[in-house]
Design a protein around this ligand. Sequence first.
Ligand SMILES: [Mn+2]
Length: 280
Amino acid sequence: MKTNRVRTLFISDVHLGCRYARVEPLLDLLNRHDPQYVYIVGDFIDGWRLRKRWHWEPIYNAILSRLFEMSEAGSKICYAPGNHDDFLRDFHFNFGFVEIADEFIHSSPQGRRFLVTHGDKFDQVETKAKWLSVIGSFAYDSLCWANQHVNHWLRYFKLRGLPLAAMVKKRVKAAVTFVSDFETNLVNHARQLNCQGVVCGHIHTPAMDQRGDVTYCNTGDWIENATALVEYEDGRLEIVDMQHEDTPVSIEDSSEFVLEQGEILRNMLVGSGRHATATV
Ligand SMILES: [Mn+2]
């Protein structure tokens, strides 16, 4: 397959370990691009779900293999953990080929500074009302479950799938206020760091717009959406939507190295005995 040379790929909220994660279009996206930089903007691995029940599909190894292949070919891979993969901060496990930090500063070809961070620290529910986020997570999982079944029937009648969770969020006033507070907090933080832009994830709502002197970009996610942020060689930014792409992806045998990384991860998560409930 011909790959497109791009400057940067930003992806977040894949939630590996969650059975609702849209991993095929993600692997397709990775296969189609040849980036100079890759930023994994948090919640790539869903440690909360994996701790409760280990669920690891062969395609997850294919995704890791593709990232490893990119790094071997010279891509720089940076990983800013989120609330679901914060164990990566504790364990200092870096898969042997990624650089891990809470925040990165990415420079555009024009020298514009972009803060890259997951964003959970700017989510008031996550930081101040954990109990609410636990209830929210139960509702969220139920919605994903319903979404899968509704879409199964829609497809049966040859209709396009509906993004249920995203639709509910757009209509609930509290959710709208929550999103706007989150965005404002992040934009303010970026401004304090002398950045002209911010790239985040966490709220599963892809966005790219100008907030005064700061460009706010949210890469979206791979549960409700299938979106990534791409920076082209000339610095142009675009949100790429893989939702309606259905190129079949082939999964080859993964290298020993990648399988080993999966094993280390499993030992870390299942061996640690901590429990938590999942949220976005
Ligand atoms: Mn998150």
